[in-house]
Design a protein around this ligand. Structure first.
Ligand SMILES: C[S@@+](CC[C@H](N)C(=O)[O-])C[C@H]1O[C@@H](n2cnc3c(N)ncnc32)[C@H](O)[C@@H]1O
Ligand code: SF4
Length: 449
């Protein structure tokens, strides 16, 4: 790719973990709407539950997540009590015939919870909702300081997939991001989880961090391969200091430029593919036998707020501060400030701060964008079977698609197009051509590369 094109397509775009994207949520949707939407869920509907734990004990300077640093356990215990209230409040409004197929705890660091509290939280979900026998239960785990007791509790709670934050093992990189995480500790946590029957291991890696170069990323990948993960996420560092003030601890001058970021991403991807991983969507890799690789291959992979997933549930219910839910009617997001969230759920209330009710063309465009993010190809005839007549969408996007083809991002076919290897990194920019709201949006996003 030429430097000019790279600069052009590296322009900020949304991550398309939802459509419309979160900046379009508004206060017009609140607890009352959520209550109605929950009551409308059909008795046989499948559910996915997301629980957000917005605490960590130290701050990684790159962090873009909703989290708060605490050295004391009291705020975590108070938060857990609020979560229990919210779980009971939502569960009481959902038809008991609904079946939970996926549970995901994210953060922050859910593993800030002590062993007994990990069990208490999973117990609350299990007693509030009906779980399918083969439900997946995934937890984001910061391995630093994780105890044997916590690992025992996670296993006892029925954890099926552990998602381990790594980022980079190089000491110079770790110092520059304020995250000291020895390889040996990470290895022992993964071994402990596997010994206790948690068979599926995901790891998070990042590129575009300060002090990173291809040699260091290559060395990290070599170490990661010895851990035999089932899936790897490879995230490009999103440097958004206007939203996350602490990222100012990472000087712009220590960061790779767009060309170096692109080279790092492609280098890491090549290494992982050579090691036998299937490259999936924008930023995921999985062993060919992993369910995500199979879903990607047979066109059933989905994309939600956690990224690429096998989760096909009819509704995603979010719990905790900042958590987002997706129901057939639209999106809801809880209050982000922890105190506001706790106040709202005390006494059995719901904590929705804003949301979005689907209207007009939204669901059709959402489906198109999700399929493009997942399949990296688009067949108009297949799409028309799913969302009806696409003449308008074809007409509106024709000019942009011609430009993508001239720039080598897509390969046109008789009935649509496929994203080229070169275009994969820019699939979000291709999706942006189908986003009816983007031109009107003042939201600032992170770079596409
Ligand atoms: C909630 S954390 C994972 C669990 C745990 N808190 C940890 O860090 O080990 C989610 C992941 O998001 C990614 N992440 C965080 N901040 C990011 C940023 N600014 N840009 C890109 N990825 C980021 C990291 O790979 C991180 O592991
Ligand atoms: S990356 Fe994970 S551990 Fe680090 S501050 Fe963010 S949420 Fe906490």
């Amino acid at each position: 790719m030429t430097p000019d094109l790279l600069q052009f397509y590296a322009r900020p775009v949304p991550r398309y973990t939802s459509y419309p994207t979160a900046p379009h949520f508004s206060g017009a949707i609140g607890a009352r709407e959520y209550e109605g939407w929950l009551a409308d869920l059909a008795p046989g509907a499948s559910l996915s539950l997301y629980v957000h734990v917005p605490f960590c004990d130290t701050l990684c300077w790159f962090c873009g997540c909703h989290t708060k640093i605490t050295r004391r356990y009291a705020p975590v215990a108070d938060y857990l009590a609020a979560l229990m209230q919210e779980i009971a409040a939502v569960a009481g409004r959902v038809d008991p015939g609904c079946r939970v197929r996926h549970i995901h705890w994210g953060g922050g660091s859910p593993t800030i919870l002590e062993g007994a509290d990990l069990l208490a939280l999973s117990g609350a979900l299990r007693s509030g909702f009906t779980l399918a026998g083969d439900a997946e239960f995934a937890v984001e785990i910061d391995p630093r300081g994780l105890t044997a007791n916590q690992i025992d509790s996670l296993a006892e709670a029925g954890l099926t997939r552990a998602s381990i934050g790594i980022q980079d093992f190089d000491p110079q990189v770790q110092k520059a991001i304020n995250r000291i995480q020895p390889y040996e500790e990470t290895r022992d946590v993964i071994a402990g989880l596997r010994q206790r029957g948690v068979a599926a291991i995901n790891v998070d890696l990042m590129y575009g961090l300060p002090n990173q170069d291809e040699a260091r990323i290559g060395a990290t990948i070599d170490q990661v391969l010895t851990l035999s993960p089932n899936r790897i996420s490879l995230f490009g560092y999103a440097h958004v200091p206007w939203m996350k003030r602490h990222q100012e601890m990472i000087p712009q001058s220590s960061l790779p430029d767009v060309a170096a970021r692109y080279a790092q991403a492609e280098f890491a991807a090549r290494r992982l593919v050579e090691a036998g991983f299937a490259r999936i969507g924008l930023d995921h890799f999985a062993r060919p036998e992993d369910p995500l690789a199979k879903a990607a291959a047979n066109g059933t992979m989905r994309r939600n707020f956690q990224g690429y997933t096998t989760d096909t549930a009819d509704a995603l219910l979010g719990f905790g501060a900042s958590a987002i839910g997706r129901l057939p009617h639209g999106f809801v997001q809880n209050h982000v400030p922890i105190a506001d969230y706790q106040r709202a759920v005390s006494g059995g209330g719901l904590s929705v701060a804003k949301g979005y009710a689907f209207q007009g063309e939204d669901l059709r465009r959402a489906h198109l964008i999700e399929r493009l993010m997942c399949d990296l190809e688009l067949s108009w005839s297949a799409l028309e079977k799913e969302i009806g007549d696409c003449a308008g969408l074809r007409r509106d996007s024709a000019e942009a698609l011609q430009q993508f083809a001239r720039d080598g991002l897509i390969e046109p076919g008789p009935d649509g197009f496929s994203v080229t290897d070169q275009g994969r990194t820019f699939v979000r920019s291709i999706c942006a051509a189908f986003d009816a709201y983007l031109p009107k949006s003042a939201a600032r996003h992170s770079m596409a590369v």
